[in-house]
Design a protein around this ligand. Structure first.
Ligand code: ADE
Length: 244
């Protein structure tokens, strides 16, 4: 997979691409990562990438020419062009999986007051990290790259993300490591039992319990398995008992 980030600030990605999982994935040829500066596609001698908004108002707007020329230059039939803007569809784990299946992901970072509206016509989709406004799309591009590359085969072990929050529509169960007793706070006994089936069931129940408490919206459209229904019943009974 190849990820191309189009930005006015490629230097922001230096630390990002030289550390951790991204660096390892690049070094192992599992992914190709590049940052392209819109400025290298400008045609005027002052390398302008932005101009004042037509109709007046504050800030600057990213111009069509450098951005569309850049997209045109690097896009192939297997590329997907994603514009990062607060107006886009909210990025979620499901979308991370979809992106991980692309051959070439192009992430367009905005800045200032945003993109000239005509740039929107040339992108495949608009994506937002959430209902807040960032100064630019660069942080969003890093977040999306991070979430996507860890799903690519061999970047991390599959078992490392299979139980992650959201992977099965539930939040992840609680995790513990040594010491078994930390100032009187003990690791649940079942996790020390070595009994795989009991541990699996306990973890599923904890996931359901956590999701119900922290993100009940995730359960609203879930089709529960028989086992999950039974566990939900137990959770409900325990809640009632706690309230008595
Ligand atoms: N650029 C500015 N705000 C953003 C957001 N919320 N998500 C993605 N890109 C952005």
């Amino acid at each position: 997979m190849k990820i191309s980030v189009l930005t006015l600030f490629p230097e922001m990605f230096e630390g990002f691409q030289n550390t951790s999982i991204l660096k390892r994935a690049i070094d192992r040829n599992l992914i190709t990562f590049e940052c392209i500066d819109y400025r290298s596609y400008t045609k005027d001698k002052h390398h302008h990438v932005d101009d004042t908004p037509c109709g007046g108002g504050a800030g600057m707007v990213l111009m069509c020419q450098p951005i569309l020329d850049c997209i045109k230059d690097i896009r192939t039939p297997s590329s997907r062009v994603v514009m990062l803007t607060p107006q886009g569809e909210t990025f979620q784990q499901k979308m991370a999986h979809e992106f991980a299946s692309f051959e070439h992901l192009i992430l367009l970072c905005g800045h200032y007051e945003g993109f000239d509206e005509r740039i929107r016509d040339e992108v495949d989709m608009e994506v937002s990290l959430g209902d807040f406004v960032l100064t630019g799309g660069e942080c969003a591009a890093m977040v999306i790259t991070d979430a996507v590359i860890r799903l690519i085969e061999n970047v991390i072990q599959k078992e490392s993300f299979e139980d992650d929050s959201f992977e099965n529509g539930l939040l992840e169960y609680p995790q513990y490591t040594r010491p078994i007793d930390y100032h009187g706070k003990k690791v649940p006994e079942v996790l020390l039992s070595g009994h795989h089936e009991r541990i699996r069931k306990w973890r599923l129940k904890q996931s359901l319990k956590r999701t119900l408490k922290k993100r009940p919206d995730l359960l609203a459209h879930r089709s529960f398995t028989k086992e999950e229904m039974q566990l939900m019943k137990e959770i409900q009974e325990e809640c009632v008992k706690e309230m008595e």
